[in-house]
Design a protein around this ligand. Structure first.
Ligand SMILES: [Zn+2]
Length: 263
């Protein structure tokens, strides 16, 4: 089984955590059964997005055959600054996607910077993964309303609505062809219902790996407990994430800078 986890975090100093060597994290993830992981900052969602984008890129620099880093920007920085950072993290740091967390980053989906950020991410081929499932700013239908305005951008609900809002996440996924659900969080019953009612090619496996111990093993066990077939897990856990973030040729360095930036 080639299982890619589409929702993991680089441990940082926030939430009582402490940074860990990437080699330890990779070993832990591989031992849990993963062959790759999309990885997000933790600290950068609560402070200093740029600095933490640099920290994440540097951390996974020698492990890009396993980790696909997703950077972040804060819409409160304003449209110009946020898009500048989005382009920097894409072209200079080689990030493969954008992670946004309206709840921790404290922005409304109606903030005027949000749509242009999503638009630009889509133009650059970056999928955008949102934290979702917790009010006030992270309800699946609030995110779906923005996704509808940027049909060329692939938008992912990072928690498929959690147990409290998974039914709305299902509606959103069925309604918007650019909306994906990452099954990180919902318990067995909702998980099975999501898989039964949504297009299977728009579902992803995720665990919040990097937070706590054995979260990946627990997420995998939940799939089996929900009665999902090995074939479904293969589609969700391998084919779909590879389609959104295609594997790149092995290299140890981020891609050469393609844009000139003033300092
Ligand atoms: Zn997360």
């Amino acid at each position: 089984m080639n299982l890619i986890d589409a929702h993991t975090h680089l441990p940082g100093r926030s939430f009582g955590g402490k940074p860990r060597p990437i080699a330890d994290l990779r070993r832990e993830f591989a031992n849990a059964g993963l062959c790759g992981a999309w990885i997000f900052t933790t600290d950068g969602l609560v402070m200093e997005a740029e600095k933490n984008n640099n920290i994440l890129a540097e951390a996974v620099r020698g492990d890009r055959d396993f980790f696909e880093p997703f950077g972040t920007v804060n819409p409160h920085a304003g449209e110009d600054a946020a898009i500048r950072e989005l382009e920097r993290m894409r072209f200079e740091l080689g990030m493969r996607g954008l992670k946004l967390h309206p709840w921790l980053q404290g922005f409304s989906l109606t903030h005027p910077s949000v749509k242009p950020i999503l638009q630009r991410a889509g133009e650059m081929g970056l999928p955008v993964l949102f934290h979702d499932g917790t009010p006030p700013y992270s309800h699946p239908l609030q995110i779906a309303a923005v996704a509808e305005q940027v049909p060329s951008t692939m938008v992912i609900l990072g928690h498929a609505g959690l147990d409290e809002a998974y039914e709305d996440a299902i509606l959103a996924c069925r309604r918007h062809p650019n909306l994906f659900l990452c099954l990180c969080g919902p318990s067995c019953g909702p998980l099975a219902e999501i898989v039964r009612r949504c297009p299977v090619d728009r579902l992803l496996f995720g665990s919040d790996g990097g937070f706590g111990s054995r979260v990946i093993e627990t997420a995998i066990a939940k799939f089996h407990a929900a009665g999902l077939s090995q074939k479904t897990l293969q589609t969700i856990g391998c084919e779909n994430p590879r389609r959104l973030v295609p594997k790149q040729p092995r290299r140890t360095d981020p891609p050469a800078q393609t844009h000139q930036h003033e300092t």
